[in-house]
Design a protein around this ligand. Sequence first.
Ligand code: NAP
Length: 244
Amino acid sequence: MNYMSGQTIALVTGANKGIGYEIAAGLGALGFSVGVGARDPERREAAVHKLRTGGADAFGVPLDVTDDASVAAAARLVEAYAGRLDVLVNNAGVAGGMPQAPTAVDLADMRNALETNVFGVIRVTNAMLPLLRRSSSPRIVIVSSKVGSLSLQAAPAAETGPISAVYAPSKTFLNAVTVQYAKELRDTNFLINAACPGHCATDLTGFQAPRTPEQGAAIAIRLATLPDDGPTGGFFDDAGVVPW
Ligand code: NAP
């Protein structure tokens, strides 16, 4: 552990691969000390090693976002490491299995998706809040998805992908929670925003998507590094504002 006083400290959940890994790499390239939140020890250590080899100041944070004890231990680790947290990127997410048609959906799949994509974000955010409150410019990024935009899903002409009664509503729920966090934290120095990475080739999409994970990471990195007069309570992708 080699955190240097004055360095900006970030935690990225689900940072062992895909978009989360690229968010960690991008923040590392900016000089941040980056906690690689990941549940599997081998995948976590491989990611930390790769990030360090690339010049980033990365450290491993054992983290299963669905597990209270794991999340509490992660908060203790970050506190022992740096005493505070400046940036939290809630990136960990799951697609939620098949089928996703509402007429055929397995409620167990739905519960599992909510446990990670929604309750996991709340669990991690609330555990990290005391550390974020010690930052002079706390930033929270929620990695959501355009498919969670209820206004786009409900617009007949909008291109929102296949029928999705698990993944898309989990992100809609997440968006709704993000708005409530922003309202509660409005008169503080927190900036909390949701990001849509776009359709990226990762495990989650079976690597069948046009964008690279690095491209997908860019909007989260932008929101993680907003200036103090930046927006809060918004939903953004590379092109700008995404409607809720
Ligand atoms: P990915 O490659 O499958 O990565 C997902 C990450 O989340 C992995 O590191 C995974 O860890 C982690 N994770 C899952 N459950 C976890 C848990 N309980 N505790 C801790 N970590 C957990 O998918 P991705 O495409 O990079 O997705 C990252 C985020 O972007 C997700 O929130 C996703 O919904 C969002 N997103 C993706 C796309 C896209 O086109 N790819 C589009 C819009 C939004 P393991 O390796 O241990 O499973």
